[in-house]
Design a protein around this ligand. Structure first.
Ligand code: CA
Length: 230
């Protein structure tokens, strides 16, 4: 089983890697947040062990990003910050467990094994569905009336964000920060353009429109009230 460790402290990283290798795991060690983030997004692991305090991309940020991308790999946080706020924040962002430094290796191993067992028994596929539109997060696939729709990564992320918050009006500023990781600048129409493209793919060929513009506020996705399939 492959485990990714992201830890910038040299000694801790080496110690964890060695211990987990000896316990029979296939371990990849990233020494900074950016490498860790890249590995977590592009390769497949059974468990991620993330240090919270990393000099570039924090462990919190990594877990937030991979969860937003639909990656449900179990995450164990390591942190010296033993405050309730940090624990709650980490768990809210999608970490599965939290271990405060310093910790005994046996404790880490026990927690890791628990998460791996839990991860293995969880259904791997997660689906979001609104009316006849299905977003398969496991296969990274969108379907409308059973027909496959090809989306870019950004379009997929945008649709996922809208679908996870079905019926809720999402301001452009929120979409900008979540999908483009940028502060919203009212001069840019990048979001309107992206929404138009997404509509072209999921709504234009169908009588039932799902994406709605709420003038002056933003966008939402919602099935019409009367569920008349004609
Ligand atoms: Ca650190």
């Amino acid at each position: 089983m492959r485990i990714l460790i992201v830890e910038d402290e040299l000694k801790t990283g080496d110690y964890l890697k060695q211990g987990l290798c000896e316990a029979g795991f296939n371990v990849t060690l990233a020494r900074n947040g950016l490498d860790g983030f890249h590995l977590a997004m592009t390769e497949s692991f059974a468990l991620l062990i993330l240090d919270v305090m990393l000099p570039d991309v924090s462990g919190l940020r990594i877990v937030q990003s991979i969860r937003e991308a639909g990656n449900m790999t179990p995450v164990l946080f390591l942190s010296a910050l033993d405050t309730v706020d940090d624990r709650v924040r980490g768990l809210e962002l999608g970490a599965d467990d939290y271990l405060v430094k310093p910790f005994a290796f046996n404790e880490l191993l026990a927690r890791a094994r628990t998460l791996l067992r839990r991860g293995a028994s969880q259904p791997a596929v997660q689906r979001l569905q609104i009316s006849d539109l299905v977003l398969d997060l496991g296969k990274r696939q969108a379907l409308r009336q059973g027909k496959k729709i090809t989306l870019t990564q950004k379009e997929f992320a945008l649709l996922e964000l809208l679908m996870r918050r079905e019926g809720e009006v999402l301001p452009r500023s929120l979409i900008a920060s979540q999908i483009w990781d940028m502060n919203f600048d009212s001069d840019t129409n990048v979001i309107d353009v992206a929404i138009r493209r997404l509509r072209g793919k999921i709504d234009d060929d169908f009588s039932q429109k799902l994406i709605h513009t709420v003038r002056g506020m933003g966008y939402k996705i919602e099935a019409p009230l009367s569920d008349d399939s004609n």
